[in-house]
Design a protein. Structure first.
Length: 645
């Protein structure tokens, strides 16, 4: 079976591309290398072609059976190096690198680490007989760092795929919650419409009907006055009922909770709200979960402790937000009963647990009921597992060791340095690359530190030895990594493109100073024109490279956000949209029926109060009819809402 859900026993068309590309590239480069040496191709070419072809065929199954493919490619590479008698040709370290990456993507950490160590051990042992000094050993150690980097990349890719699967599951859960939110809002509106309008309109209908049967002008006037006042109160309450702000995740708890609490205040439940701590923007899921917990808790208060004072508290802590809803004992002095079947509390606890938080609910010390939820506001992902840090360490190791290749024989770029000075040089290179450790957390600071260190490096090289400038040129990938990190890991709405313009500054200084120090360009002493020419030329040549890395990082950031926070925020925002849609539907039904009838009731009562005694009696009959009609329309609306549920 194909690993990680890739079903099938035979390679797909997509599995052919990489092996074919590698085979063509390896054969071409191998022919160039062996032909350039002047030796007959003969057995070396045959061995290279055989190993390359067999490795390419093995790679076709790299997704289906990554472990056997890694074993095959590693052994083939070792065989090819042994037969060729040289590690110069690109036989080893190519196909086995691809196989190792596939193993890391499709297998767990333990197998990936074992595969990395085994591949490096075999490759190092195969190269050792061909080595002719410390330079080859150093190159072998660099290969080990490369294998570790490949493994880290593969494991991060595996985790990225797992995160996407988890995200899709979370989006599906949010879709279910959207439907549940619409049903909950429909139930809330039905209950509130009945509580707000049913009692008042019934009182108007009964009172007006009784007054109409008695020919008492004073009683008629009182009934009309009460009807007008009650009708206006019903209009205000019902209008406010559907105007409550819905739970939009971008509104923040400080903006979302007051309308929710005010809605209960209008129903006669005293609710106080306190927001403590440093208010900040929360992830959309956290905001919606906190809102739903408060909403469910207040619903429980209305059902089981109606009229009891309630206190809602939102406490912002450094890494969490704590939401508590506590009500006092009911007005009759009794204790709050257990909340039904407990399904509501289980639902709230499940919501909190999905975010890595917790929720506790139980009797309060003073006889009421308390619900406290603690929700993390920072991502505590189970993914990562140290691989990002390993990849950062590998990146730093490359930036340190690549310049040291300038000392490696047989044709070193830098010669004449005593062995005792190499260790301090490597230490200085390590200090230079150290800021890259913070490239994910503080990318701009890492780039700035790297630029400052490089400028100092260039100044020292110009004053002491031109070899330092050569070392700097070999260490140029550090700036490219820093620019990529700024584009990919920046926070907020920071501009990132200036990083691509700042990074080439040390390179420009290097070329400018190199031309000034070159006798061919400055035979009569330092020439400012040569310095400016080198400065501009290096900037024009290196800026496309830095902007390419900036573009790569920007695309990676966009893709990551699209599959991460943006997708969750958009899905969570739909929760508010379905609630608003339900509220709009109920508002339309109220406007066409209950609100319209109630408005007619108020106008008739006001007209009767302003007219004669006969007008008042006629108006009272109209008021009673409109109240009964409004009640009938309200019941039809509630029945329709119940059928949809």
């Amino acid at each position: 079976m194909r690993a990680d859900g890739d079903v099938g026993r035979w390679p797909r068309a997509a599995d052919w591309g990489v092996p074919l590309l590698l085979a063509c590239a390896q054969l071409s480069v191998t022919w160039l290398v062996t032909d350039k040496s002047g030796d007959p191709l003969g057995d070396r070419w045959t061995a290279a072609a055989l190993v390359t072809g067999l490795s390419a065929v093995a790679l076709l199954w790299r997704r289906i059976a990554p472990v056997p493919v890694l074993v095959a490619t590693v052994l083939l590479s070792a065989f090819g190096i042994a037969v060729a008698g040289s590690s110069d040709a690109p036989i080893g370290g190519v196909a086995d690198g691809v196989a190792l990456y596939s193993l890391a993507v499709h297998r767990e950490r333990r197998q990936a680490v074992i595969g990395c160590l085994a591949a490096f051990a075999v490759a190092f042992a195969a190269d050792l007989p061909q080595s002719d000094g410390a330079g080859e050993v150093f190159t072998g150690a660099l290969d080990g760092v490369t294998y570790l980097g490949i493994t880290a990349f593969g494991q991060l890719r595996r985790q990225h795929k797992a995160m996407r699967s988890d995200l899709q599951a979370r989006l599906a859960r949010i879709g279910q919650e959207n439907r549940a939110a619409a049903e909950a809002e429909r139930e809330r509106l039905a209950r509130d419409v009945h509580d707000v309008a049913g009692h008042h309109l019934s009182a108007v209908a009964v009172h007006s009907g009784a007054a109409a049967r008695r020919d008492d002008p004073e009683l008629t006037s009182q009934a009309l006055a009460v009807a007008a006042e009650t009708g206006r109160e019903v209009l205000k309450s019902l209008s406010g009922l559907v105007d409550v702000v819905s739970p939009r995740a971008d509104g923040g708890l400080k903006a979302l909770l007051p309308p929710l609490c005010q809605g209960l205040n209008r129903l006669g439940i005293p609710v106080s709200l306190a927001v403590e701590g440093r208010v900040r923007k929360l992830p959309a899921e956290v905001t919606t979960t906190a809102y739903r917990i408060v909403q469910e808790s207040l619903t429980n208060v209305m059902r089981y402790a109606s009229g009891a004072p309630v206190r809602v508290t939102v406490l912002y802590l450094p890494r969490t937000v704590e939401v508590s809803v506590e009500n006092q004992a009911p007005a009759d002095g009794g204790t709050v009963p257990a909340l039904g079947t407990g399904r509501g509390i289980r639902g709230m606890r499940d919501r909190a647990a999905r975010l890595g938080g917790d929720l506790s609910a139980g009797p309060a010390p003073l006889g009421g009921w308390s619900v406290v939820a603690r929700l993390p506001t920072t991502t505590t992902s189970e993914y990562g597992g140290g691989w990002p840090e390993i990849l950062d360490a590998v990146t730093i190791a490359f930036c340190v060791t690549l310049p040291m290749l300038g000392f490696v024989p047989p044709e070193p770029l830098i010669s004449g340095w005593p062995l005792a000075e190499l260790a301090p040089t490597m230490a200085v290179l390590a200090v230079r690359a150290a800021p890259l450790w913070w490239r994910r957390r503080a990318p701009y600071a890492a780039l700035a530190a790297l630029i400052v260190i490089d400028v100092i490096w260039v100044a020292v090289g110009a004053l002491w030895s031109v070899d330092f400038l050569v070392l700097f040129a070999l260490g140029c990938p550090a700036q490219l990594v820093a620019v990529y990190s700024v584009a990919c890991y920046h926070r907020g709405n920071q501009w990132t493109w200036p990083a691509a313009l700042l990074a080439p500054l040390p390179w420009s200084l290097v070329l400018g100073l190199a031309l000034v120090m070159d006798p061919e360009f400055s035979a009569d002493g330092p020439d400012p024109d040569a310095f400016i020419f080198g400065l501009v030329l290096a900037f024009l040549v290196t800026t496309p490279l830095t902007f390419a890395m900036w573009g790569w990082g920007t695309l990676a950031a966009i893709r990551s956000r699209r599959w991460g926070t943006t997708a969750l925020d958009a899905a969570t925002a739909r929760t508010g949209e379905v609630v608003r849609a339900e509220r709009s539907r109920v508002a339309a039904g109220l406007s066409a029926t209950v609100l319209d009838r109630t408005a007619r009731l108020v106008r008739a009562a006001e007209a009767g109060l302003a007219g004669t005694t006969g007008d008042a009696r006629a108006a009272l009959a109209v008021v009673a009819d409109e109240a009964r009609a409004a009640l009938t329309d309200m019941r039809r609306l509630l029945d329709a809402m119940e059928e949809k549920t």
